[in-house]
Design a binder for this molecule. Structure first.
Ligand code: FES
Length: 159
């Protein structure tokens, strides 16, 4: 398994920032996922070997964090919060709206591979509920109309 030069440079720097090798596991997994779209068996084995961990130890960490995935997903991962603050301000309607708009349900991916959709727990934007996260971008104080604009923005983003 070969990662990009940029990944290797980041990995080398991270190793100097943490007291133990295993401490770089989560950021390494995030960088790998950003690069290849998901954490493949091959990537997991490579990262485990580099950090003197077993594949199972790496998989246990992946299963704990909802932002990490071992399954391919869309280019833009739309995460709609339906936890209490968002629920009270229309989070569930927002999720339903996204399901209809994208034609997929929770953990689904559109046929063109552009969007995935997930219902998630609190993303830490309760004061600006209802909120959603697309990859690393937060979108807050959403209405159904604003959500449409958000999806259109990603749909028409230059590749
Ligand atoms: S409850 Fe939705 S961001 Fe906190």
């Amino acid at each position: 398994m070969r990662f990009s030069d940029q990944f290797e440079a980041r990995f080398a720097v991270m190793l100097t920032h943490y007291p133990t090798k295993r401490s770089v596991l989560v950021p390494t997994l995030l960088y790998a996922q950003d690069e290849i779209g998901f954490l493949s068996d091959e990537a997991i084995a490579e990262i485990a070997a580099r950090l003197d961990l077993t594949d199972l130890e790496v998989r246990n960490v992946i299963s704990y964090y909802s932002m990490l995935t071992t399954k391919p997903r869309g280019k833009y991962n739309v995460q709609v919060c339906t936890n209490i603050a968002c629920m009270l301000r229309g989070g569930e309607e927002l999720l339903e709206h996204c399901e209809q708009k994208l034609g997929i349900g929770h953990k689904g991916t559109t046929r063109d591979g552009l969007f995935s959709l997930e219902e998630v727990e609190c993303i830490g934007a309760c004061s600006w509920a209802p909120a959603a996260q697309v990859n690393y971008d937060f979108h807050e104080n959403l209405t159904l109309e604003k959500m449409d604009s958000v999806l259109d923005e990603y749909r028409t983003k230059p590749q």
